[in-house]
Design a protein around this ligand. Structure first.
Ligand code: SAH
Length: 508
């Protein structure tokens, strides 16, 4: 068996956007992913479906696996021929014991590579408006552990040097020792009025920070109940915090928002909410699946020239239709002189991406408005094809048919109940972490309550006004919610995702 490579990978400080391109590439390809407490769990979604995922813990003193066992584990895995992505928070060589792991690997004859990461000591201050160097304040920066190896007999710190230097001092793992750290620095001669900043859970939606002085910071941290993981920054640069802070100004900072859309459709909404500072709980309640048989679609494609109108009701409808078109060697030209309608702006975009300019996009994005608009465009007596999900509301085809159109409904995909664990959402709910639950279609509502108990949610909401507010994209989704005994707290005027996000922002 040839020994595989171990990659010691920096996973960055928490914001998923701060993972390097190389790190992502390796997570996607390795046989095993070994990660610890500070490495964002979210990256596991990049791992291969068949990859082995191993959590090795490490939080303060409570090591899930002691370091020597971790070393043994990665050596063993590599020797059994499995490539290992060893994910560590921040940078693997900055207080990450990456150096020790690398030494072990060399001694065991295991090939390894290092992928540096964005270290918390730089990133957390940056997200709190503190550049670690600045020409007006300091010419150097010092990374210091605030928690020395407890088995060491003599301290490796030279507190006098730290105290007398003009360096920005950045302490990792120092919150517990903050009283000692500030005392030593003052004793050594640093001005007690020197600004000190603490940044907790830097770069994550949970980020909190404050600035105090060397004299007062320990008491202030205690008062605010600051705990690990926090970065402590000492020096004049902390004075820039108020002026340069940006991240904590995000309007939805720290708000817990549940996204119930199918994973394939959720990325835009998830990104927008995250960029606004929200902590997004991805809880896909539906999965979008291809049909077992595409005979009907193939026949419909061949008969397309007989249609007058094709009405697309979702991005997925467009996607599956074109996928099939491509498979049988055809393309958008088959639509020739046929008129095309898109039920909403996202569907319209999906069509434009395929070279089709929709002839009609209603002003409001529900079936009823499509019907009205199409009637105006003389649809009576015309052949109308509606590619859509296998099970969907009948309003659009029924009303068009009633109005006198010849309607053919064409299933091109189906939605199924996702196998998500509702317990995770209930857990976040009972820990008061959920501020909003977003519903973007009736099926997200119905499926959500297959996975989460509606009565429990109702009771929680009654006891915690303002928490777990339910946001529905439109009136149809709202009605479905009412069927489950709950009312929407928020509903945008326009039935689109951007409008839904706007409604959340307005509610803040
Ligand atoms: N290798 C990591 C550091 C690991 S030591 C890196 O390069 O960032 C663990 C310490 O890092 C924590 O006690 C805390 O001081 C700091 N830390 C890690 N992530 C952090 C974050 N998101 N916000 C604030 N501090 C963090």
């Amino acid at each position: 068996m040839t020994t595989a490579t171990v990659y010691l990978i920096g996973a960055g400080p928490g914001d998923p956007g701060l993972l390097t391109v190389r790190a992502k590439e390796l997570i996607e390809t390795c046989d095993v992913v070994v990660y610890d407490y500070l490495a964002n769990k979210e990256f596991l979604k990049y791992a291969r479906k068949d990859a082995e995922i191993i959590y090795v813990g490490k939080k303060g003193g409570d090591h899930t696996l002691p370091q020597d066992k971790i070393n043994e584990l990665i050596v063993e895995l590599a020797k059994s021929g499995k490539s290992v992505a060893r994910l560590k928070g921040g940078d693997p060589y900055v207080f990450g014991r990456g150096g020790e792991e690398a030494e072990e690997l060399v001694e065991a004859g295991v090939p390894f590579e290092v992928v540096p990461g964005v270290t918390a000591g730089v990133a957390a201050p940056a997200y709190a408006g503190i550049p670690v160097t600045h020409r007006d304040h300091t010419t150097s920066v010092c990374f210091i552990t605030g928690h020395e190896d407890p088995t060491k007999e003599e301290s490796g710190h030279n507190w006098d040097v730290y105290a007398k230097s003009t360096s920005t001092l950045v302490f990792y793992m120092g919150v517990k020792n903050l009283p000692m750290i500030s005392e030593r620095l003052i004793e050594g001669g640093r001005d007690p009025q020197t600004p000190v900043a603490l940044v907790r859970w830097g770069t994550r939606a949970e980020q909190q920070s404050f600035v105090s002085t060397l004299a007062e910071v320990a008491a202030e941290a205690e008062r605010r109940k600051f705990a690990a993981p926090s970065i402590i920054v000492v020096g004049g640069v902390c004075g820039l915090h108020d002026k340069l802070a940006w991240f904590e100004k995000r309007p939805l900072l720290g708000k817990g928002v549940v996204v119930t859309r199918a994973r394939e459709q959720a990325s835009g909404l998830v990104r927008t909410l995250s960029d606004l500072g929200a902590h997004v709980y991805e809880f896909p309640t539906i999965t979008i699946e291809p049909l077992d048989s595409y005979e009907e679609l193939e026949t419909a494609i061949l008969r397309l020239p007989m249609q007058d109108w094709v009405v697309f009701t979702s991005v997925n409808g467009v996607k599956f239709f074109w996928d099939k078109l491509g498979e049988i060697g055809l393309d958008s030209r088959i639509f020739g002189g046929i008129q095309i309608a898109a039920i909403g702006p996202a569907t319209a975009d999906a069509l434009r991406e395929r070279g089709i300019k929709p002839d009609f996009i209603p002003e409001k994005y529900v079936a009823e408005h499509v019907v009205a608009g199409l009637l105006e465009r003389g649809i009576v007596g015309k052949n109308v094809l509606i590619p859509r999900a296998k099970v969907a509301r009948e309003v659009l085809p029924e009303q068009l048919a009633e109005a006198g159109a010849h309607v053919q409904v064409l299933p091109v995909y189906e939605t199924k109940l996702a196998q998500e664990d509702g317990a995770e959402i209930m857990d976040a709910l009972t820990k008061d972490k959920l501020d909003y639950v977003t519903f973007t279609s009736s099926s997200t509502v119905d499926n959500f309550f297959e996975l989460v108990d509606a009565d429990a949610l109702k009771d929680y909401k009654a006891a915690n006004p303002g928490k777990a507010r339910l946001a529905c994209i439109g009136p149809v989704t709202a009605k479905t919610l009412e069927k489950h005994g709950l009312r929407p707290d928020l509903q945008p005027e326009d039935y689109t995702i951007p409008a839904l996000v706007e409604a959340l922002l307005k509610a803040e």
